[in-house]
Unconditional design. Structure first.
Length: 230
């Protein structure tokens, strides 16, 4: 496939992608075209960088470019209208501040992890929009930069786990939450990729315990990561 027309963000300036109308984007392309979004909701877009590519290149790309720019809403900050990942980021920030030496509030970090579990459970049990769709006019929309379930899981726990490495009670709560999510996936059937991602998170939660953690506390973290929920 030869390179098609690349449509940039134009003169609107830099900003966060707050919303995207997938229907408007695919409708902007000529019938039979393949259109690929080069960004996603929650990404930061620099002025002049590509927003989308269309193949084959339209004879006059200006109308499609204008429609696509209108379908991609930029703003000075992230919002949670379409950006679930931003909600996870905000919760992580609260927990990271709570675990800092200046604050030292593991109870708040535990509360955050429980809230993350409440958000992630329905998310991983819901089918995300397909990253390749075709409409009745034969137009194909590709959205390869959209986050998948495994990426949401990583964003929920990766950074928080590092900062919780010296707090056995926080790690225990994290492991129990991950086990709960794993059990939900098993009960729903399928979702082997999500279960694999959760298994990796459980192993990392145990492995991240600081060397000076007491053997008994380390054993409790491991037990929480390997024992099924009651």
């Amino acid at each position: 496939m030869t390179r098609g027309s690349r449509l940039s963000s134009g003169r609107r300036g830099d900003g966060w992608v707050q919303q995207i109308s997938r229907r408007a984007v695919i409708g902007a392309a000529p019938a039979g075209s393949v259109i690929r979004l080069e960004t996603r909701v929650g990404a930061y877009l620099v002025r002049g960088t590509p927003v989308a590519s269309i193949w084959p290149p339209p004879a006059d790309p200006a109308p499609a470019a204008a429609l696509i720019r209108a379908a991609v809403i930029l703003g000075p900050a992230r919002t949670m209208q379409q950006d679930i990942d931003f909600g996870l980021r905000q919760l992580n920030d609260i927990a990271l501040r709570a675990l800092s030496p200046a604050v030292n509030d593991p109870t708040t970090a535990i509360e955050v992890i429980l809230r993350i579990g409440s958000i992630v459970r329905p998310l991983i049990l819901t089918e995300l929009p397909a990253q390749s769709v075709r409409d009745e006019a034969g137009r194909v929309l590709l959205t390869p930069f959209d986050l998948d379930h495994t990426e949401y899981i990583a964003h929920a726990f990766d950074q928080l786990r590092v900062y919780a490495a010296a707090h056995p009670q926080v790690l225990i709560t994290m492991a129990r939450t991950q086990r709960m999510l794993r059990g939900a996936c098993q009960l729903s059937g399928g979702r082997s990729e999500v279960i694999g991602a959760l298994d990796q998170q459980l192993a990392l939660t145990v492995a991240c315990c600081v060397p000076e953690m007491l053997p008994g506390d380390r054993a409790r973290v491991k037990d929480a990561a390997t024992r099924d929920q009651p």
